[in-house]
Design a protein around this ligand. Structure first.
Ligand code: C2E
Ligand code: MG
Ligand code: MG
Length: 712
């Protein structure tokens, strides 16, 4: 089949004389000239002196082996790359890989299929020749040569095979006999045949190289099945064909069977897109699914929802029961989610599993396509929460978990993947803040809320230096003497645009951002300075009460701050009352004890604020050695009609007295409440009925008038 118009000179390098002889013989049969070398060094010298058209190199040679020769040739080359075929000792992947790394164009493995060798060499030569005739850049030249074709064919512009040569890995189905002289459409399925013919014509028109990929359902030598692979993929083989124009109406086709490569790509894909712990799609997969869904929904004008789920308190489970249990829990959770989002259920109308993913940690996402009503998304969220409710039995532990879920909607909430995912996440945080085990929709109103939150924070940072904070004082009245014995300092923020803002709005923000520490410090100094001014010689002293938040209590500079406020203003320590909440005290008992001891050491008056809303444990009150407790106004507001709250209030007062604690009732608004509290033996009262939080000059007058009253 010596159809080549051009004969070539082939350099054959092999240390085995028999092999050399056979090679020379085979090459001569197809009309090629040869020159031989018996080792690597000689081969290299020969290459330099005669410039062969092709090199056939044995890999195993004493001294300089084939790989080294190949590399050396590639280094010597300046322009054209000579095709190099390596003869490897078997088809171990390693030597083949090394051959290509060294710069080989193709390889032939031992035992050599002698009848084919000559043709193979011819075709590699021809491909190389065609390419150099097209004067393609060197880099492309090499790229094409590196494309190790299995099969070569020549075809005319009408799609008839002029020639067909199988390569070493060719599938048995196509053979020279079956193809030569036939039309594409007699050999290939119609769509592939048409496509290829189109490409043949384009290649002839443009004289460029064209590649096309196609799949054929061939029985051929099936690629090895690896464990865990889908058998349905078996019968399909993938091919890659490159078409190169070799004349005005003739193309050279170089066909490669890339089935193996496709399969490993698939395998890699699976590994790259699958969460290894739970077996469900991972973040990358989810992002791509989301991207595809976005494009689809945009086109079809449809809606979809993104659910973002996060387990509540997963960290605690991990920390207390260990990472193994944590991992098992994540597996069990994803299994339940998989059941809940199984196709066929209303939930999911897309392909199984594609809409569920684990983003990492204890974060899962679910994509709900074709959403008709927002309620559908909420229903899914509800079902997910229900699914989590049954306890998980893991390693002999019965684990109860809840989940918080955030939902974002396309197109309402966002028009791109990042925003949708981010907003679902934001909504999830919102759900957590609303008491966990919750599902929340992201909505524009939520954005506005967050935006104003951010704005407020920026403003709060400046509030101190701009002098926008001020204190009001609310009197605490001693029930027995009807005198003001204390004044609670309550902070206000005069916002330049919004007017006065309540501490219930900005104190939590200040705590979140840590601004509470400088703000608290300012409150402490201001209140102490004011209290000093209110002390009148000869009159009973008045305390000033300052609220301390948990963050402040844990701040290492608290003692310093308290001490310097007292020192600077000269206020006696016993006239400073610090109000702590139950939560603050319960947080971390050991550190708390130490701080409390220090505070008591300097003699400040400690009280528990909002008593009854937290743990309400009388036990720790004894331990913490506080002086007073303030019954939360929620118990007082229903009095005297609310008999239950009346009973609680009565009991708290009795117990507090048992512990030698003074009791303050907060939020006293009516005379009836005052009467009842007096009856219960309450020591002090505070509330609108007795005085609103007021500016210092109002308090001045109140103090003055009670002293005037006392004088009469
Ligand atoms: P709190 O310490 O329990 O203060 C009592 C709250 O009840 C005050 O709200 C007060 O205005 C309100 N109040 C007083 N009497 C009545 C009444 O008869 N009826 C009703 N319905 N409410 C009454 P305010 O001033 O809005 O303060 C809210 C909370 O903000 C305070 O609760 C306190 O926890 C915190 N706070 C205020 N100032 C500061 C501060 O300087 N530092 C810290 N850390 N927290 C502060
Ligand atoms: Mg208070
Ligand atoms: Mg209170």
């Amino acid at each position: 089949m010596a159809t080549s118009p051009k004969r070539g000179l082939v350099l054959v390098a092999d240390d085995d004389p028999t092999m050399r002889l056979l090679m020379l013989e085979m090459l001569a049969q197809v009309g090629l000239d040869t020159i031989e070398a018996e080792d690597g060094v000689k081969a290299l010298a020969c290459y330099q002196s005669v410039s062969p058209d092709l090199v056939l190199l044995d890999v195993d040679m004493p001294g300089m082996d084939g790989f080294a020769v190949c590399r050396a040739i590639r280094q010597l080359e300046t322009q054209a790359a000579v095709p190099i075929i390596m003869v490897t000792g078997g088809d171990e992947l390693e030597s083949v890989t090394r051959a290509y790394e060294a710069g080989a164009t193709d390889f032939v493995s031992k035992p050599i299929n002698w009848p084919i060798l000559g043709h193979r060499v011819l075709y590699v030569l021809r491909a190389s020749d065609a390419i150099s005739r097209l004067r393609i850049a060197d880099a492309q030249h090499r790229a094409v040569l590196a494309a190790i074709p299995d099969t070569f064919f020549r075809m005319n512009k009408d799609g008839y095979y002029l020639d067909y040569e199988q390569g070493h890995e060719a599938s048995n189905v196509f053979s020279t006999e079956r193809c030569v002289g036939r039309h594409l459409s007699q050999v290939l399925p119609p769509d592939i045949a048409n496509h290829m013919l189109e490409q043949v014509r384009t290649v002839l028109d443009t004289q460029h190289i064209h590649s096309l990929d196609y799949e054929l359902p061939l029985p051929g030598p099936a690629p090895r099945v690896r464990q865990g692979e889908h058998p349905a993929l078996q019968p399909v083989r993938h091919f890659e064909a490159r078409l190169v124009a070799t004349g005005p109406d003739e193309v050279l086709g170089l066909v490669r069977d890339i089935s193996e490569r496709k399969r490993s790509e698939e395998q890699i894909r699976r590994l790259a897109y699958c969460d290894s712990l739970t077996g469900i799609p991972n973040r990358q997969a989810f992002l791509e699914t989301l991207e595809a869904e976005l494009a689809r929904s945009r086109k079809a004008n449809k809606k979809f929802a993104v659910l973002f789920m996060d387990l509540d308190a997963f960290k605690r489970i991990n920390d207390t029961l260990g990472h193994d249990v944590g991992d098992h829990l994540l597996q069990a959770v994803s299994e339940r989610l998989r059941e809940t989002t199984r196709p066929g259920d209303l939930v999911s109308r897309t392909e199984a599993g594609t809409n569920l993913a684990r983003l990492g940690g204890d974060e899962f996402t679910i994509l709900i396509p074709d959403l008709e009503r927002v309620e559908d998304a909420l229903n899914v969220a509800h079902r997910v929460k229900e699914a989590m409710r049954r306890p998980f039995l893991l390693d002999a532990h019965e684990i109860f978990v809840t989940a918080s879920i955030g939902i974002s909607l396309y197109p309402e909430d966002g028009e791109d993947c990042n925003s949708l995912l981010k907003y679902a996440d934001t909504a999830m945080y919102h759900a957590k803040n609303c008491g966990k085990n919750n599902a929340k929709l992201y909505s524009s109103s939520l954005t506005m809320q967050i935006m104003s939150h951010v704005k407020l924070e920026v403003g709060l940072r400046k509030a101190l230096q701009n002098d926008e904070l001020y204190l009001l004082y609310q009197p605490q009245i001693d029930v027995a003497s009807a005198r003001i014995v204390g004044l609670e300092a309550l902070v206000r923020w005069r916002h330049p645009e919004r007017g006065v803002i309540s501490p219930t709005e900005f104190i939590p923000l200040a705590e979140e951002t840590g601004l509470i520490v400088p703000i608290g410090d300012w409150v402490l100094r201001t209140a102490c300075r004011q209290a000093t001014a209110w002390q009148t010689p000869g009159k009973p002293p008045v305390r000033v009460a300052v609220n301390l938040s948990a963050k402040q209590f844990k701040d290492e500079n608290l003692m310093q701050s308290v001490l310097s406020a007292l020192h600077e203003t000269g206020l006696p320590a016993e006239l400073l009352e610090l109000e702590l909440t139950e939560g603050t005290l319960m947080d971390d008992a050991r550190a708390t004890m130490a701080t409390l001891e220090q505070l008591r050491g300097i003699g400040v008056y400690l009280s528990i604020d909002d008593f009854g809303t937290g743990y309400s444990s009388m036990n720790y009150l004894k331990r913490f050695d506080v002086r007073a407790l303030k019954i939360d106004k929620s118990f007082i507001s229903g009095l005297p009609l609310d008999s239950e709250n009346a009973a609680i209030t009565h009991a708290i007062i009795a117990m507090a007295h048992g512990l030698k604690l003074a009791v303050v009732a907060e939020g006293v608004e009516t005379d009836a409440q005052l009467v009842l509290l007096e009856q219960y033996g309450c020591d002090m009262v505070q509330g609108y009925y007795l005085g609103h939080p007021s500016p210092p000059d109002t308090i001045d007058r109140m103090l003055a008038s009670q002293d005037a009253l006392a004088m009469t």
